[in-house]
Unconditional design. Structure first.
Length: 419
């Protein structure tokens, strides 16, 4: 016993060398284990990259079809403005004072005036939600908006209208169709204007397309009898700068004492945050499932290898090695196999992601949308790193029961199993 307690443990260099030779002993068994690990890691990279692309494309669709990166409005507008937008108007002087277009990363500041009313084609009427827009700026902002028929609004279309696909379908409208808008002014009186449809459009939101009519800002201001606007929509050069610009713009508005508030694009679209949370939960469950599957797939191979080598472990114990040396050897072998399999899986996953993204994956329209899109597999370092760790951890976990079991066998019983 005294000799056993003073004996030094096996060096890591020796352990790794033994583990590498043991992996090469039964090549078919090792190949099957490596294949299971590599497929699990590659599957996580592909599924995680696909989910990340869904999240990215949903966010960009929201930003570049309706909300922009940031919106500025009168205090209270975002909570109550949909009921009475005329009560929450930003004056031209207030818009000029904040000078949002001079902030770094801001590329476009578009003004919008919102209203509700009724559209008529001479035969029937239909309730709508309208927007007065600046056509040139909206063209830069709305790159995800699809023009289904006709053309977009231009600055010369003082009495032109761009209608949502749902409105066009319900009212049997097409480019050139005459319509009339009946809208209450900011003073509560009713006003009307005759327009001509120049085109129909679709965004990511079917509900919006079923009610939307867009006219030039000058037309909307004439119709509502006001020079104000409801929101300033900011477009940035990169989405990742949203929080930075929001802090700077918020500080500037507070410094000027303006009764304005701002919202970021994700705050304006709470369904986006809920969708992201759902996708992340689903991917977390998938990662757990892959971890369990790889663990079970590798467990059988490791158990078989340990059983076949029980006599060797007994010899190690008889020569004075401790139980922990046996455990370390089995776990090191599993960790080495996990590392090799994870490397293969990472390379395989990255290669498949590149190949699939080159072609693209045609996707049907998501819920509450009419527009399909082309999905890709995004290579995200954090996802690839997480998949790599899952491959290694699953293999190590699979080795622990076998390592503990063989280390507890009496030396005499282990030696009996020598061939």
């Amino acid at each position: 016993m005294g000799a056993d307690t003073t004996r030094t443990r096996l060096p890591w260099k020796v352990l790794i060398g033994l583990a590498a030779r043991n992996i090469g002993r039964n090549r078919w068994r090792s190949a099957l284990s490596l294949a299971a690990i590599a497929c699990g890691v590659a599957g996580l990279i592909l599924s995680g990259g696909f989910v990340r692309d869904l999240i990215f494309q949903l966010g960009e669709a929201v930003i570049h079809s309706q909300s922009g990166h940031l919106q500025v409005a009168k205090a209270g507008y975002f909570e109550l403005g949909s009921r009475s937008p005329a009560k929450y108007l930003i004056s031209a002087s207030e818009a000029r004072r904040i000078q949002a277009e001079k902030i770094d990363h801001v590329t476009t500041v578009a003004r919008r005036l919102e209203f509700s009313g009724v559209v008529s084609n001479g035969r029937s009427s239909y309730p709508i939600v309208g927007e007065g827009i600046e056509p040139e700026k909206e063209a830069k902002l709305g790159t995800y908006t699809v023009l289904r028929d006709g053309r977009a609004l231009s600055k010369n279309d003082r009495y032109g209208a761009l209608v949502g696909a749902g409105v066009a379908r319900a009212m049997d409208l097409r480019p050139g169709s005459p319509i009339s808008l009946v809208v209450p002014t900011v003073d509560g009186a009713m006003n009307t204007v005759d327009l001509q449809v120049v085109g129909t459009f679709q965004t990511y939101s079917k509900d919006y397309d079923d009610r939307a009519v867009r006219v030039s800002l000058a037309t909307a201001q004439e119709l509502l009898n006001t020079q104000g606007v409801n929101v300033l929509v900011l477009l940035l050069d990169k989405t990742r700068y949203t929080a930075i610009v929001a802090r700077e713009l918020g500080a500037e508005m507070r410094r000027l004492g303006l009764p304005l508030e701002l919202r970021t694009w994700d705050q304006l679209n709470d369904f986006y945050l809920k969708t992201v949370a759902l996708y992340k939960r689903q991917f977390g469950i998938l990662r757990l499932i892959v971890l369990i599957m790889v663990t079970f797939a590798v467990t059988g191979a490791i158990n078989m290898s340990v059983i076949e080598r029980t006599g060797e472990f007994g010899t190690m114990r008889a020569l004075g090695n401790k139980r922990r040396d046996v455990i370390r050897l089995v776990v090191t072998e599993a960790a080495l196999m996990g590392l090799i399999g994870a490397v293969i899986g990472t390379i395989l996953g990255a290669s498949l992601a590149w190949a699939i993204s080159t072609v693209g994956i045609p996707m049907p329209p998501p819920p509450n949308s009419n527009l399909g899109y082309m999905a890709h597999i995004r290579l995200v370092p954090s996802i690839a790193g997480g998949a790599f760790l899952v491959g290694v951890i699953a293999t190590v976990l699979a080795s622990l029961p076998a390592a503990l079991r063989v280390s507890r066998l009496p030396v005499v019983e282990a030696l009996r199993r020598l061939a």
